[in-house]
Structure formats: C-alpha cells, structure tokens
Design a protein around this ligand. Sequence first.
Ligand code: CUA
Length: 162
Amino acid sequence: MKKGTTVYLYELAWILPSIAIPVGMLAALTVTAFGAGIHLPSVDRQVNPTKLAETPPFDAPRVAQVAPGKYEVYLTGQIWSFAPAEVRVPAGSTVTFVATSRDVVHGFMIPGANVNTMLLPGQVARVTTRFDTPGEYPMICHEYCGIAHHTMGGKLIVEPRS
Ligand code: CUA
C-alpha cells in the first residue's frame, strides 16, 4: 500500500464516524421526541413567587381530577416541605404536576416514576407521568435548599383500583 493511501484511509476512519455519530444522535432525538413523545420537563409559564398566595392554582395546592383517569397536582415547594405533602391517585392514572417554588431553588423527584425536575421561584414546571403500580412513592427534594433540605419530602400514594 502506498503511503498516500494509508493517510487517506486513516482520515476516513475519523471523518466517517464524526458524521455518522451526530446523524445517529439527531435521528435518536427525532424518534424519541416525535415518535415516543419523550420531552424534558419544561417551563410552562412564569409567576411572581411573592404573590403565589393570590395566584391560581398555587393559592390552593391540591390534587384535581381533570378528566376520567387524569389528574393535575398543583404543587409548591417551600423550605422545607411540599404542598400538598400527600398526593393520592388511583392506579392507572395519568398525573400532571404543575409546580413551582415559593422561595429558593428546590428539586422534585419521584423515584420509580418519570418525574425529576427543578422547582425554581418564578418558573412553573410541568411534568406528566402515569402511575400503574399501586404503592407508596416518596416525593423528594433533590436540590440542596438549606439546613433542613434532607427532611423535605412528601408521599404519593397510588391506590389499587377497586
Ligand atoms: Cu427543598 Cu432541598
């Protein structure tokens, strides 16, 4: 093999993957976003964190049934608790969390479910997931938010269908 040919093949071995890898990633993104409907938790809208007491729905944090089998949880994080601290839904429910912070940056995570977002004062996070398996799921703050951060949690109870 001539020297020139070797260099060319060597370059090609770098060039082809550097094209194939981004193209593959873009294809994976397209398939998951449009095909599988997977989205990052995103900012829904903005609110004034000092006026949450008079800003619906955060003036009354709660679980609301919006359609058969569909629930919305209007949730706030504050040092060092979630409101509501306990959420109950029947198994098979699709639950959308609409959540924000009253004070500092908090986290909101439900291990074992597809819920993991940040609660930022002023920003409303929106994340939807489905609960099929009855049981008790912890709701955890996973962003350090001060001296009692480790105590900040709640629970989500998925009740068996009767
Ligand atoms: Cu709230 Cu850590």
